[in-house]
Design a protein around this ligand. Structure first.
Ligand SMILES: [Fe+2]
Length: 158
């Protein structure tokens, strides 16, 4: 049993999975802070609609950030917590232009594409490791975010 962690999963696979989950945590953290920026700084006739929508999104992202970090701990590893590290490993980059609502929604759609693809990779790894806990988390996130992609795309009339 020496090659198993506290929840009975293979140590090496858990380590690899935790590294990928840290990558997801970094992406979520940049995505979260970008969305706060959109919430604060957008202007224009859709302000009231988007201001509320972006708040809903960043509140959802902060919950996922906590769940992903605590999943890494459950697997026996340490979640990264500083933005220097997040900026190094995140594929989502920090937004600079944040006042245009359409641009903000386009950036959100790109960010969802990044997290969905990464979560599918993690799902493959967690399935291979028999890690049902991470499987369930990734399945929920993927399903929710695919639906969000449809709705944000409809907003853009795409
Ligand atoms: Fe606010």
């Amino acid at each position: 049993m020496n090659n198993k962690n506290a929840i009975g999963l293979d140590n090496e696979k858990s380590k690899h999975l935790s590294a990928k989950l840290n990558e997801l945590l970094a992406n979520y953290s940049i995505f979260y802070q970008n969305t706060r920026g959109y919430h604060w700084n957008i202007k224009g006739e859709k302000f009231f609609e988007l201001h509320v929508k972006f708040e809903e999104l960043y509140n959802d992202l902060i919950l996922k950030i906590d769940e992903v970090a605590e999943r890494i701990l459950t697997l026996g590893h340490t979640p990264n917590h500083n933005y220097t590290n997040y900026r190094e490993i995140s594929q989502i980059v920090e937004s600079v232009e944040v006042s245009d609502g359409v641009k903000a929604v386009e950036n959100i759609l790109e960010s969802f594409k990044t997290t969905i693809v990464l979560q599918r990779d993690i799902l493959n790894l967690s399935s291979e490791a028999d890690d049902e806990g991470t499987n369930a988390l990734m399945s929920d996130y993927i399903r929710e975010q695919e639906k969000s992609v449809w709705m944000y795309s409809a907003f853009l009339d795409k």
